[in-house]
Design a protein around this ligand. Structure first.
Ligand SMILES: [Zn+2]
Length: 97
């Protein structure tokens, strides 16, 4: 998944949350920390990645979206969408069931 796909998926999966974050960033009233919780598959990671891109992006679009093309967006996308070395360790751990 590239940065533009990640941005599009975050907007498609959690449009209301993205709108709230856009408003919070635009009004400079962003909390100092966020906890993304909930059942799997609800887009917590996507929204967290989107927020990281929005805060670090060098070329935010007129409608408050990260561009997905600058070096910061590319780095965040690569960092958060790459498999972690821990992923292999977790799959090799014996199941507790
Ligand atoms: Zn960017």
């Amino acid at each position: 998944m590239d940065a533009k796909e990640l941005i599009a998926q975050a907007n498609a999966q959690q449009p209301q949350l993205i709108a709230q974050f856009k408003q919070a960033v635009a009004s400079e009233q962003l909390a100092h920390a966020f906890l993304f919780t909930g059942p799997r598959g609800r887009g917590q990671d996507l929204v967290a990645d989107w927020l990281a891109m929005r805060l670090m992006c060098r070329n935010v679009t007129a409608d408050g979206q990260p561009d997905g093309m600058c070096d910061q967006c590319q780095r965040i996308c690569l960092l958060y969408t790459s498999p972690s070395p821990r992923d292999g360790l977790l799959s090799r751990m014996p199941s507790s069931a």
